[in-house]
Design a protein around this ligand. Structure first.
Ligand code: KIV
Ligand code: ZN
Length: 514
């Protein structure tokens, strides 16, 4: 079989976004989509257009901007959802409708409250309706991993007759084991009479830590599309991680009869970008993209690698994009270099005003921190630079006093709407005091679920990147803030989370109750 025929379908912007707190704005989705395109991802699932107007706009913006990847929009098996998705992907050079319905006994009976025949009918109508609007239609059997094989064969045969071009078999709840899942794919391909007319795809969740293993097993059984996400982001324990799938296939070309067209040197930059935008840190020992993935601690290993790299390394760090970000900017760098680097990072600056604000912040940062790395630039180009009009709350300044034996105090000045306010509070530490000052002004009534600080780069002059997760009335948002001063970074992160709660209305989860 010819190589280069394993399709990489990235769903970071859709399934990844379904992780609690990972919701992204239109601008954030655009940035990630540009990076995915640069990485040569074949299909980008940009969102679920029927979820909210914001989601619709984001998918449409991605469809307008991206030229080299197919843009997919997810929709339930209903004409209304499909029409909305068709409208959203219409501007794409290559658009795809991805429609789905649950096929397992438990989902059909308890969630959909539909009989198997009704589910087949809904699937048939959905694919027929979608094919009237677009050629490229993918159909997914939600919870296929727990569906009866005979029923799967029936529904898949039906939708292929209606013109579905890709059949996706999700292990929605991450229940399968590799051999079993591969056997399922093999049997489906064997038993469905028109199976050779379509691309078989898999979409595995990681509840048992087997998403990547299951996906790769499916590839050995003939799957030719893998759905995955950067850093394995996704519902619950996440999806199969793109970097692990791609590197497993690339590294083991002796074993796989297919390969992807991914530019692997873009993997680490993509991982960093997704982590910084969503506020989900990457664990240090995460394969491929974790900080320790290529670090050798023990003397024996270090000695071995120095003598001959392959003694302990099966991949080269530079092949997955480590060290690609070593190009630094400093306080003497000019606007042209600054703009060029942003462009290389996939950050489009479309107005002189935004460039001016960003450049001023860059200079301020360069005064505090001598070398500016790509990670710093990502953190710097936060929402309040790119879309200041969307910020309801904006930090003006912080002051704090902390001394051994004294109760820490902080005062925060912020703008809410157009009004400047200032408040002061005590706390168990300066961060706590700063948050209490903010709360005394905004009275958000939110619950703080998570507070974490990460050094963006190395050295004591590094910016601290703070993630704050807030919940209110069942909604969860993550806020990020970065600064060389941790208290300022914390206040920014808190306000960023509040802005997200303030700006984005309730979204519908595609896989929730219908
Ligand atoms: O996990 C799943 O089943 C999904 C489908 C909507 C493809 O995300
Ligand atoms: Zn999923």
């Amino acid at each position: 079989m010819a190589k280069h025929d394993l399709i990489i379908f990235d769903t970071t912007l859709r399934d990844g976004e379904q992780s609690p707190g990972a919701s992204m704005t239109r601008e954030e989705k655009l940035r990630i989509a540009r990076q995915l395109e640069k990485m040569r991802v074949d299909v980008i699932e940009a969102g679920f257009p029927a979820a909210s107007n914001g989601d619709f706009e984001a998918v449409r913006a991605v469809a307008e901007a991206i030229k080299d990847s197919t843009i997919a929009g997810l929709c339930r098996a209903s004409d209304k959802d499909i029409s909305r998705a068709l409208e959203a992907v219409r501007p794409a050079r290559a658009g795809r409708i991805h429609t789905f319905i649950a096929t397992s006994p438990i989902h059909m009976e308890k969630k959909l409250r539909m009989s198997p025949d009704q589910v087949i009918e809904a699937a048939r109508n959905a694919v027929r309706f979608a094919r009237n609007g677009i050629d490229d239609v993918e159909f997914s059997c939600e919870d296929a991993g727990r569906s009866e094989l005979d029923f799967l064969c029936r529904i898949v045969e039906t939708v292929i007759k209606e013109g579905a071009r890709t059949i996706n078999i999700p292990d929605t709840v991450g229940y399968n084991l590799p051999q079993q899942f591969a056997e399922r794919i093999r049997l489906l391909r064997e038993r469905v009479p028109n199976s050779d007319k379509v691309i078989w795809s898999v979409h595995c969740h990681n509840d048992l830590g087997l998403a990547v293993a299951n996906s790769l097993a499916a590839v050995t059984a003939g799957a030719r599309q893998v759905e995955c996400t950067i850093n394995g982001l996704g519902e619950r324990a996440g999806n199969a991680s793109l970097e692990e799938i791609v590197m497993a296939v690339r590294t083991r070309q002796d074993f796989f009869d297919c390969d992807t067209r991914i530019d692997t040197t873009q993997i680490v930059p993509a991982s960093r970008m997704v982590s910084s935008i969503t506020g989900f840190p990457v664990q240090p020992n995460k394969a491929i993209v974790g900080a320790n993935a290529f670090a050798h601690e023990s003397g024996i290993h270090q000695d071995g690698v120095l003598k001959h790299r392959e003694t302990y390394e099966i991949m080269r760090a530079e092949d997955v994009g480590w060290y690609a970000n070593k190009l630094v900017l400093g306080k003497h760098s000019g606007r042209t270099a600054f703009r060029a680097r942003l462009q290389e990072l996939g950050i489009e600056v479309d107005s002189e005003q935004v460039l001016n604000t960003a450049f001023t912040r860059f200079k301020e940062l360069a005064d505090k921190k001598h070398e500016i790395f790509d990670e710093d630039l990502h953190a710097l180009m936060s929402e309040d630079v790119i879309a200041p009009e969307q910020e309801h709350y904006r930090l003006v300044s912080t002051r704090f006093h902390s001394e051994t034996g004294e109760t820490p105090r902080a005062s925060v000045t912020l703008v809410a709407g157009s009004q400047e306010q200032r408040a002061e509070a005590e706390g168990s530490g300066p961060v706590d005091a700063a948050f209490k000052s903010i709360e005394s002004m905004v009275r958000s009534g939110t619950e703080l679920l998570l507070y974490s600080v990460n050094a963006i780069t190395t050295g004591t002059d590094a910016q601290g990147e703070v993630t704050v997760r807030l919940s209110k009335a069942g909604r969860i948002v993550n806020g990020q803030g970065a600064d060389t001063d941790i208290i300022v970074a914390s206040a920014k992160a808190y306000l960023n989370a509040l802005n997200k709660l303030y700006a984005s209305p309730e979204r519908v989860n595609p896989q929730g109750d219908v």
